[in-house]
Design a protein around this ligand. Sequence first.
Ligand SMILES: Nc1ncnc2c1ncn2[C@@H]1O[C@H](COP(=O)(O)OP(=O)(O)OP(=O)(O)O)[C@@H](O)[C@H]1O
Length: 304
Amino acid sequence: MIRAHELTKTYGTRTAVHELTFTVRPGTVTGFLGPNGAGKSTTLRMVLGLDAPTRGHATVGGRPYAAHPAPLTQVGALLEARAVHPGRTARAHLHALALTHGLPRRRVAEVLELAGLTGVADRRVKGFSLGMGQRLGIASALLGDPETLVLDEPVNGLDPEGVLWIRTLLRSLAAEGRTVLVSSHLMSEMALTADHLIVIGRGRLLADTTVEDLVRRSGGRTVRVVTPRAADLRRALLAAHPHASVAAEGPEELDVRGVEAPGIGRAAAELAIPLYELTPRDPSLEQAFMDLTRDTVEYQGATA
Ligand SMILES: Nc1ncnc2c1ncn2[C@@H]1O[C@H](COP(=O)(O)OP(=O)(O)OP(=O)(O)O)[C@@H](O)[C@H]1O
């Protein structure tokens, strides 16, 4: 379990994290989401005792990270910055880590296997691709068989196979009852990996909820309709369903909210209006995320 209570970090006059309070529960993957510069890394660094909060506090397994006698067996962490000696092999790096933390040597072979690095274990880390480096970071995080995992942008630089591997790994670690907190700026990735989401923007909490709830809040399902008589169908739908919203997306295209596909089909049939397409659409989670964080994005592009 991770708890943050009114966690705040200021740099001079700039507030990077503002009174964040949240709980990350065991047995689930919790996604920590926010646009670039939202304060995710700063928050994770405070949770891991690498940055001192200006105010507030965070605990992991009931104590501040630094108060654990053997932190690596409590919390495994992958942060964006890699601190691996480039001249060392992956195996040597993990051995050194195991040795300094009093962990059994046999664990090294286990985590190399778990991270899919057995075949390259005796190569020097400086020759590793970004994806192999991420795998080594995750192997290091798992070395102490920790109850809690904190991973900052773990899928960065991974190929699709690597992304799938991380997703499956995180879900199985959570299924074993561990606490898994994973940050990302990619909503689509989190939707496939996380059960629960904590969303921040400009250092403030924007949502602490499930993926389904976020979809519901973003307005629910719509139906795309393509018909040569869009204007007639729009009038008929609005007359029969005054609370529906029917937006013209083009001369032959409607976006209907508040009437399900069968209702639209029946209304069209009654007026003998031909339908070329009737497609229920779930709101894109990416859209839900953008709606939520729109006002907090630091660097907006022309299309934002
Ligand atoms: N050491 C520092 N000194 C001054 N400002 C900092 C420092 N570290 C972070 N910040 C600022 O704090 C804010 C939050 O940064 P942080 O790296 O935590 O965001 P993030 O959500 O992890 O972003 P990204 O997805 O881009 O990694 C940013 O505006 C950043 O410029």
